[in-house]
Design a protein around this ligand. Structure first.
Ligand code: BDR
Ligand code: CA
Length: 315
């Protein structure tokens, strides 16, 4: 199995992707690191600890960044993930699990150094923890096996941003962190809105999952009610787009996606802040702001049907 650190801001779809990782026989989940995003760092960490308790997840939870590198933290999107970040299902007053002694970025550094060449990081929130790890110990770059990121939007299949016309939430939440991550020469695959918005769990799918998968299926149904209403009322979608689990799907089966290589930059100021732009390496450009940056892969197409079947079978 692949050793995975899951960097996350739970979050409804983050919780769904955590179960996808936890129940996959091909994954050895070695750590969960939290970051602000879908809620404050206190709440995303509380939610990760609750999930650890509720599903008896062995991996430790290390608490991460409560603010972006440069920008001011924004108000949590409670209209998407609920007041408690998990679709407003009732949560217990007392959480048994405790956070790890190390902060998330130091947990990442230590785990990578202890397992050279073996750790895959699945990052489905703001990339602040990763950027802090990179700043503190750039020597980890050649030691990381792969980073799979849910974030960004590159304009394929008619999909654009979800916070502004060009910016996706995880990137605009900390564009400086994302740009630093893309500047480093570790192997990165970006699973952006171009493919995550193509993979939709319909209400009928979620009902079938609930009825077939015991406690986990019921839990996914319960936490997704609020989220589904948000998508129906704002986009007219009959179901939920599967953002964070799409990154896990790439990890489990890269043949589900078509990718394109080339250096990526993130707009860090102005009206297009948070936009992700890849210069395709399939053609030559004159020297520009992408020159001398490493190539990274972005997903430009995916097999949603096969992915949704993999999710269903795994849960
Ligand atoms: C991303 O933003 C968050 O709301 C989701 O958890 C996902 O990681 C989608 O833009
Ligand atoms: Ca997320």
């Amino acid at each position: 199995p692949k050793k995975v650190i899951y960097d996350t801001d739970p979050g409804v779809d983050d919780a769904m992707a955590l179960l996808f990782l936890e129940y996959s026989p091909d994954v050895d989940l070695v750590g969960i690191t939290t970051v602000l995003g879908n809620h404050t760092i206190e709440t995303t960490t509380r939610n990760a600890l609750f999930l650890k308790d509720y599903f008896a997840i062995a991996a430790p939870v290390a608490q991460g960044a409560g603010r972006p590198l440069v920008l001011e933290p924004t108000v949590p999107p409670t209209y998407v993930h609920g007041e408690n970040g998990l679709g407003d299902i009732p949560l217990p007053d007392v959480i048994q699990s405790r956070v790890h002694d190390l902060p998330a970025h130091e947990f990442i550094i230590k785990t990578v150094r202890d397992n050279p060449g073996e750790i895959t990081i699945v990052a489905v929130g703001r990339m602040t923890n990763l950027a802090l790890a990179l700043r503190q110990d750039p020597g980890i770059v050649p030691l990381v096996r792969e980073i799979v990121i849910m974030g960004g939007a590159f304009g394929f299949k008619g999909h654009s941003g979800n916070v502004t016309p060009v910016a996706e939430a995880n990137i605009i939440g900390d564009p400086h962190a994302a740009d630093e991550i893309f500047a480093a020469a570790w192997p990165i695959v970006v699973v952006g809105l171009d493919v995550t918005q193509e993979a939709v769990m319909t209400t009928a799918y979620l009902e079938a999952l609930r009825d077939a998968s015991g406690r986990a299926g019921q839990f996914i149904w319960d936490i997704s009610r609020f989220y589904e209403t948000f998508y129906r009322t704002t986009t007219g979608l009959e179901g939920i787009p599967v953002h964070d689990s799409s990154a896990v799907a790439y990890l489990l089966d890269p043949t589900l996606f078509t990718t394109r290589g080339g250096p990526i930059r993130v707009v860090t100021e102005g009206i297009a802040i948070g936009q992700t732009i890849q210069q395709p390496n399939t053609r030559k450009f004159r020297p520009n702001a992408w020159s001398n940056r490493p190539d990274h892969a972005i997903c430009i197409d995916g097999d949603a049907e096969r992915f949704l079947k993999l999710y269903f079978d795994t849960i």
